[in-house]
Ligand binder design. Structure first.
Ligand code: ADP
Ligand code: MG
Length: 367
């Protein structure tokens, strides 16, 4: 595989009164040809700023960027526009369709801009729209279509010029839940068929986890962690990343390590080899609890929620940082709903320790 995008040490700031606010710090990213990578971060973390740089619509203060072998920051404005037109398909949260043109004309536009004749562009646009399930909507105006259909027109328009890189900046945010799910599956399917290198921006961790080869977790313009979704979920480098990924979210506790044992209050819940004595922040994934009579983790049972395949046991624990603790167990495990308390043992691979002050991960060996 070859590198399609390579950004190195990108800094970006914007003027704000007399000062400048730093929006991207030391961002480095390599995306290989054919890969699907998601950038995941809260609103304001710098995702769109980064996408605009990747999309050759903005430049950085510092750093370097090569796109398919071209040194982007050395190009002049005309060359940049040409590169953008040739190699990049951009899909935004708002569809940016031209209201006065019909669907077919909208999708033909990028080809006409590249000098294709009408006769050359039309069949390609029809093909692209048909692939998006809009073959019978060619003569409709954008405002005659639903939001989901309009976004599919935008996708067809981005794909019609067979870009080297497809950039999607929160493309599903304006759609309702069902359409969001359906459209994200379509995007992934098309990407797998075309193998177009794709950068997808979202604030929705489930969306990012479900469709990406790689995810990047971003906070305040910094890349916190990058890796395969399962790797990042199973091995978060920091408290921030552990909290960002997972639905339902990870359960947080205040704990203490003494003599290689993790204590929650007066409960010795887990053996943690190799960890020096210290106060810690503890994260336990909802699936990390095993209902065990006399298990070392004891909590007050609040209620049991049946979710079909799984059961959520909601309890409270004096060391919990949240009002309630949520554990997910299989529906086959019997829970005594009338018992006042509930006992668990913990799966060591689902328990993470973090430095109480810095939030950095503290590794321990599972014995
Ligand atoms: P995201 O897409 O993750 O929500 P953005 O990249 O849009 O984040 O914005 C990151 C930060 O940069 C925000 O604080 C935003 O206010 C600021 N910002 C974005 N664009 C500009 C601009 N053109 N001028 C000044 N500040 C900007
Ligand atoms: Mg944005």
């Amino acid at each position: 595989m070859s590198d399609m995008l390579r950004l190195q040490d990108i800094d970006k700031s914007y003027p704000m009164g007399e000062e400048r606010v730093q929006v991207l710090r030391q961002v480095s990213l390599t995306v290989q040809a054919g890969e699907f990578i998601s950038i995941l971060g809260a609103s304001g973390s710098g995702k769109s700023t980064l996408m605009n740089i990747i999309g050759c619509m903005d430049t950085a203060d510092r750093g370097s960027y090569s796109l398919d072998g071209e040194d982007v920051f050395r190009l002049d404005a005309r060359q940049l526009a040409a590169l953008r037109n040739r190699k990049i398909g951009f899909i935004f949260q708002r569809y940016h369709l031209l209201a006065q043109y019909d669907v077919l004309q909208n999708v033909m536009m990028p080809l006409l801009l590249r000098g294709f004749s009408h006769q050359q562009a039309a069949p390609l646009a029809v093909e692209s729209l048909t692939a998006m399930g809009l073959g019978d909507r060619l003569r409709h105006r954008p405002n005659q279509l639903s939001g989901g259909q309009q976004q599919r027109v935008a996708i067809a328009r981005a794909l019609v010029k067979t870009p080297n890189v497809l950039l999607l900046d929160e493309p599903l945010s304006n759609l309702d839940a069902r359409l969001r799910l359906q459209t994200r599956e379509e995007i992934r399917k098309i990407q797998q068929e075309t193998r177009v290198t794709t950068v997808f921006v979202t604030h929705d961790q489930e969306e990012a986890m479900s469709i990406s080869d790689q995810i990047v977790v971003m906070k305040d313009g910094i890349f916190m962690q990058m890796g395969r979704p399962q790797e990042v979920y199973d091995d978060p480098a920091s408290l921030f990343v552990a909290k960002f990924l997972g639905n339902p979210p990870i359960n947080m506790f205040k704990g203490e390590v003494r003599k290689e044992t993790l204590w929650l209050g007066d409960q010795p819940v887990l053996s943690v080899k190799g960890v020096p004595d210290q106060p810690v922040t503890v994260g336990i994934r909802p699936e990390g609890f095993i209902l065990t009579e006399n298990g070392p983790f004891a909590a007050s049972l609040s209620r049991v929620e049946v979710m079909g395949r799984d059961v959520s046991v909601i309890s409270s624990h004096p060391c919990s940082e949240n009002p309630s603790v949520r554990s997910i167990i299989t529906a086959e495990t019997p829970v005594d709903r009338d018992a006042g308390s509930v006992h668990f043992s913990l799966k060591p691979s689902k328990v993470f320790l973090f430095h109480r002050e810095t939030g950095a991960r503290i590794p321990f060996s599972i014995s």
